[in-house]
Design a protein. Structure first.
Length: 277
């Protein structure tokens, strides 16, 4: 049974911000409608708040990445809400992924990384330096663009069309190397390929002389929560080794995704996540 939501009146409390109360009421209502909720219904559920007020709240939450709107104009929460307790949640994720990162490094002797989506960038939360490769530029707790890293492209390829459009429209695609993708049309072609094959490649797009293969870890809603990659110099990651590396990276991501409650359907190569029934 869904709760009825009322916004308390606190006229005698000067420190009580009604807009904050209205925002959290909206979030609570949307959370009870995973299938999405229309603006009018949301307003009625929020104690009959004016549409203009709730619309501005929703617009702000969309810009912050906590709410998305589907093709039918229904609003639903994004995976960002689940990560509000980021510090503890990310430590749990790191502990779950660490054995798979160690296995990949031992197998390929190259640098392995774990990153999460943070607004419109990726944030590296774990990096194990390669046993044979040169040191990469990325370090833990630093950010990198989504459009030119294999981690970022793997995550982008799993987002809903609405969320992908929102992120890509926020800022220009920076050119970090001569091979960086700077066209949204070209990037969308790369993402379609990554979506079909289940992994993405950074071919000297972030750092000259380096290549990277990454795949996404999906949560129980099928949305990406993180990504794993193997990276190293071109001499250690020639094109002919990409299928082998990609297969093992995808296998690691699938294992972690299943720990998060995801069942995979379709072909092993596609690795399409589906919610548990």
């Amino acid at each position: 049974m869904k709760r009825a939501f009322r916004i308390p009146e606190r006229d005698d409390d000067q420190n009580f911000l009604k807009v904050v109360a209205k925002t959290f009421r909206a979030i609570e209502v949307i959370a009870q409608h995973p299938e999405g909720i229309q603006l009018g219904e949301l307003c009625r559920a929020c104690d009959g708040q004016p549409k203009a007020t709730i619309f501005r709240i929703l617009h702000t939450l969309k810009e912050l990445g906590y709410v998305q709107q589907d093709a039918k104009s229904a609003y639903r929460l994004t995976g960002e809400v689940a990560w509000l307790g980021r510090s503890e949640s990310r430590e749990t994720l790191k502990r779950a992924v660490r054995p798979y990162l160690e296995r990949l490094r031992a197998q390929f002797e190259q640098t392995v990384a774990l990153a999460v989506l943070d607004r419109d960038q990726i944030l590296y939360i774990e990096i194990l330096e390669g046993l044979r490769s040169i040191r990469m530029n990325a370090t833990v707790n630093t950010y990198a663009p989504l459009h030119c890293t294999s981690l970022g492209k793997a995550i982008l390829s799993r987002l809903s069309p609405e969320e992908l459009r929102r992120i890509l429209n926020r800022r220009p695609l920076a050119k970090l190397t001569p091979k960086s993708i700077t066209s949204i049309v070209q990037l969308e072609r790369h993402l379609a390929e990554a979506r079909a094959q289940g992994y993405a490649v950074d071919d000297e797009e972030t750092e000259e002389g380096a290549r990277c293969v990454g795949a996404a870890i999906c949560g129980d809603d099928g949305m990406p929560v993180a990504a794993i990659s193997v990276s190293g110099p071109l001499s250690f990651l020639p094109f002919e080794r990409i299928p082998e590396i990609a297969r093992e990276v995808k296998k690691a991501c699938r294992a972690v995704s299943e720990l998060l409650g995801v069942q995979y359907v379709g072909t092993p190569t596609a690795g399409v996540p589906a919610k548990r029934r």
